[in-house]
Design a protein around this ligand. Structure first.
Ligand SMILES: *Cc1c(COP(=O)(O)O)cnc(C)c1O
Length: 391
């Protein structure tokens, strides 16, 4: 069986975690601090603050820019539901807009229509690692004086060209960027997240809010020769990252160039191999982006049944996943008003399939995936239902 994904970890990560276990300091200590410094340097952000996952990162980001009860946040429905949920977590309302033609990211031309006097922020997503059109999105945010938060859960190691310069996702083009280190992402710490920002006040807020609003950290009290008492300055949360996770993350960060290079070369090869398969369209990469290809989503031609193609491939030893979900179709969101058209989002969910892609994947395994896809499409095209559609 070829899995959809596989984390890329080795003895270096295991040894780093072991060293922390034996060190006597397990949470939000020096490993977390070093991971933050190295991460900020890697993406060229002034600050990086580690948290427990990307959903908690999004929660703190929304609070930091002033999103509150009754606010609206313009975002996409076509994304993992954590984005919409994080907006609900602060009592605000996600206002969904559609994605672009031929891609899976927010359509910048739909944003202005969705802005109202209640709008407090724009939350854009670099879906499956592919950078969204940040230049257009941030221009709109500036025009309407709205904070911009980037959901870069999947986008560590991706790049975008702005003003003829290649920049890593994580250097904020709005206010705050949020990352995930879940095992399905390109860099993993088991669970984990990171907030990057150039804003000193935001970073101060993140550090306070992630550990119960505590004025003086355990680390500082531990190192102090004098007795000091902490204060609790705001209603905080427990969104801490452990040093075990951070130690793994530091090793992963060292591997990141190798991981991204391998993913990119597999993605390029998929695109070549798929030119010989009819009935599908490979994802495209705009010239101003370099995706980390966290996921590789192909689009099926109309008439091909997504679930049947996937089942046929599974029966032939290849695991796939359906395209990215749409939050507005889930029970948690169906009661919300839906003022903006989301047809492309729905089509993307219904017609795309994620193919296996991970650094350890061999060229043979990749060929096997493409062969299984070709066979599945052939089998699913021959059904009576399909002939009916064609007729
Ligand atoms: C995975 C993901 C998240 C959630 O990340 P967690 O670390 O699991 O909380 C949020 N947004 C997007 C786009 C994701 O892919």
């Amino acid at each position: 069986m070829i899995p959809i994904a596989q984390p890329f970890l080795g003895f270096e990560e295991a040894d780093a975690a072991r060293a922390v276990v034996l060190s006597g300091w397990l949470s939000q200590g020096s490993e977390v601090a070093s991971f933050e410094t190295e991460f900020a340097a890697d993406v060229c952000a002034r600050h990086a603050c580690a948290v427990s996952n990307c959903t908690t990162a999004l929660h703190l980001a929304l609070l930091a820019v002033g999103v509150r009860q009754g606010s609206e946040v313009v975002t996409v429905s076509h994304s993992f539901i954590a984005g919409a949920n994080s907006i609900r977590h602060v009592g605000a309302i996600p206002v969904f807009v559609d994605i672009e033609e031929g891609g899976f990211n927010i359509d910048p031309s739909r944003i202005a229509d969705a802005i109202t006097p209640r709008t407090q922020a724009i939350l854009c997503v670099h879906q499956m690692g592919m950078p969204c059109d940040l230049q257009s999105v941030s221009a709109i945010a500036k025009q309407y004086s709205l904070p911009l938060i980037e959901d870069a859960a999947c986008a560590i190691g991706s790049q975008i060209r702005i003003d003829d310069t290649w920049r890593k996702i994580g250097k904020p083009h709005g206010d705050i960027v949020c990352f995930s280190f879940h095992p399905r992402k390109v860099l993993t710490t088991g669970e984990g997240g990171m907030l990057t920002t150039d804003n000193d006040d935001h970073d101060r807020f993140f550090r306070l809010a992630r550990q119960h609003g505590m004025s003086i950290s355990d680390g500082v009290r531990h190192a102090s020769p004098r007795v000091i008492f902490e204060e609790y300055l705001t209603t905080g949360y427990n969104y801490r990252m452990t040093d075990i996770q951070a130690a793994i993350g530091r090793q992963q960060l060292k591997r990141l160039p190798e991981i991204v290079a391998r993913r990119r070369s597999l993605a390029m090869r998929y695109r070549v191999l798929l030119t010989a398969v009819s009935g599908v369209r490979a994802p495209s990469e705009p010239g101003w982006t370099k995706s980390n290809w966290q996921s590789f989503a192909i689009s099926l031609d109309i008439g091909l049944d997504q679930k049947r193609v996937m089942q046929h491939m599974l029966d032939n030893g290849v695991a796939t996943r359906r395209g990215i979900m749409c939050a507005h179709r889930e029970a948690a969101y169906t009661a919300d008003p839906r003022p903006h058209a989301l047809g492309r989002s729905e089509a993307a969910q219904d017609r795309s399939i994620l193919l296996p892609l991970f650094p350890q994947m061999t060229d043979e395994a990749q060929q096997q995936v493409v062969d299984a896809l070709r066979a599945a499409i052939k089998a699913c095209s021959k059904t009576p239902a399909m002939r009916l559609v064609k007729a």
